[in-house]
Design a protein around this ligand. Structure first.
Ligand SMILES: [Zn+2]
Length: 104
């Protein structure tokens, strides 16, 4: 269950290499699962436990494709009884401009 606490973790050195601040704040009730993902070299970009309102969620690197995503899900399923939502960032087109330009 969620106690709404957070824990500061040291990021593994292979994760987000360019980042200067090497610590990250993680919801305490998913720390074990995040550490297990890291020990499996899974590149996480963010996570949230859902604070008893939503499912725990995880953002993973864009490069992961179907098979790897299934594997990531399996790792979580093995180590947590909760259902997780797994996300990837994606581009979303929000507007296309009109062709109104006329050269003077
Ligand atoms: Zn929590």
């Amino acid at each position: 269950m969620c106690n709404k606490q957070q824990k500061i973790l040291n990021m593994p050195e292979w994760l987000d290499k360019g980042k200067e601040n090497r610590t990250v704040c993680v919801d305490e009730c998913i720390v074990d699962q995040i550490m297990i993902l890291w020990s499996n070299k899974i590149e996480t970009l963010g996570c949230c436990c859902g604070h008893n309102k939503n499912k725990p969620s995880l953002i993973i690197e864009e490069r992961y494709k179907n098979k790897e995503i299934i594997n990531i899900a399996k790792i979580i399923e093995k180590h947590d009884e909760r259902q997780w939502d797994i996300y990837q960032w994606g581009l979303k087109k929000v507007k296309t401009t009109q062709c109104k330009y006329t050269k003077e």
